[in-house]
Design a protein around this ligand. Sequence first.
Ligand code: CTP
Ligand code: ZN
Length: 155
Amino acid sequence: MKSGLIVSKIRNGTVIDHIPAGRALAVLKVLGIKGIEGYRIALVMNAESSKMGKKDILKIEDREIEEKEAELITLIAPDATINIIKDYEVVGKRKQEIPQEVVGLLRCTNPSCITNNDVEAVTRFRTIKRKPLQLACEYCETRLTEDEVVRQILG
Ligand code: CTP
Ligand code: ZN
């Protein structure tokens, strides 16, 4: 892994590793980080990886990742590893499972779906397939592809 040559190790915080190349910005978006919060952040895109060819890496100092956020990250980075760093050491490493259900985050692409017509309705998708990701709307069965999910998160 050559990206160590680009960015130094962090003292405390979170390193999200093995993000598919080009998707680090989508991960930041899921975390709601815009830059103005003041966290020191290193974002490496298209770094060499022996396992993935190319990958993105995100290092965020002094910020932890909540369970819910970790689940959402799997939608755009299914193989991501979340490393917890304390005093320069990796004290925790987890690989999150793609959730069975995604509630309230994505919108259904079917204009006549109830979730697009009733302001009270909350979207609800269940995971049909993990690789490549495919979700189905609980109300109208419309499928969302992985590209669509990434596009919605970035939009
Ligand atoms: N890292 C960091 N700062 C630290 C410790 C680790 O930025 N103080 C980063 C490393 O550069 C790496 C990731 O956190 O990108 C995971 O570190 P480590 O577990 O040491 O690396 P690997 O063994 O290569 O991880 P994996 O097996 O998950 O690929
Ligand atoms: Zn629907």
